[in-house]
Write a protein that binds this ligand. Sequence first.
Ligand code: ZN
Ligand code: ZN
Length: 350
Amino acid sequence: MRDRLHDLRLDALLVSHLPSIRWLSGFTGSSAFLIVEPGSATLITDFRYRTQASEEIWDGVSVAIAESDLFGEVARCLDEAESGPRVGFEDHSLTVRDRRALGECCGAVMWEPSGPLVDELRSSKDSEEIGSITQAVQLAEQALEALLGIVAEGVSERDLAAELVYRLRLAGSESNPFDPIVASGPRSALPHAKPGGRRLEEGDLLLIDFGATVEGYCSDMTRTFVLGSPAAWQREIHGVVSEAVRAGVAATEAGVPARDVDRAARDVIAEAGFGDRFGHGTGHGVGLEVHERPGVNSRSRETLHAGSVVTIEPAVYLPGRGGVRLEEMVVAREGGREVLTRFPLVLREL
Ligand code: ZN
Ligand code: ZN
């Protein structure tokens, strides 16, 4: 990151996005700034995190506890460090109000929007990070397998979602990266359905999208099941989506533009005649955040790096009838890929 600061002719970077602060310093609290300079890094937090910060923080980062507010401490640190006047800030994370407060506190600083500089670096994971993500995938798969034991006609989506959260925690997940989606019957055609009171019926599609967290790192997976034996249309769209997943996975590789991966999956769905039934991106990066760089969609200008972890989650939604989405997690490698999700893709009858 210091190389990037040098390239951008910045004298320092003020990091405000909490997952990026964690990634750079180890700190997991909810209130902090991190100032990175060529020869030092300082975490600024408040009284509540005095002990936690000293325990969590990595070598090479010092901790400053703000006496009154964080902004005053930022000014003091920048002043003390005799920083040059050009300080980058994360314009996708810092609020307008905080930017104004910093302007008032640090009169001499020339603030430069730095864009998602740290986020870009985070999009390539090392083996330790991939290890945590792999564990999060495995915990999620265990919890899903346990959940399927109680799926039956008459059980509500909301009850299944509650049970899934409970099983995830028992399996060792630290938190939910997002509220699980459990959508049954016609509701499976809603891409971001909230689990509701609908009770499962024979012949329903059942879409479950959820994840686990290990060491702060997330997993994200989707499977769609059927209660009883599938109708021909259910079998057809499940087959199309499975094929699209395989095409997207096969296209995932270091050096490939993310939009090419999107196109590989999308083409399969379009060729099967369901192009207008798949209206979202094919996937996204996953790490300390469940949605992070790179975006795997038709507008993406990002390239996959070795160690980029992305989801491949094409879908076909038939309004009023039902939908199928399947989501895998894949690591891009030089000359290939590694699929982290192990749960079978076949249409499982419950
Ligand atoms: Zn998902
Ligand atoms: Zn996802």
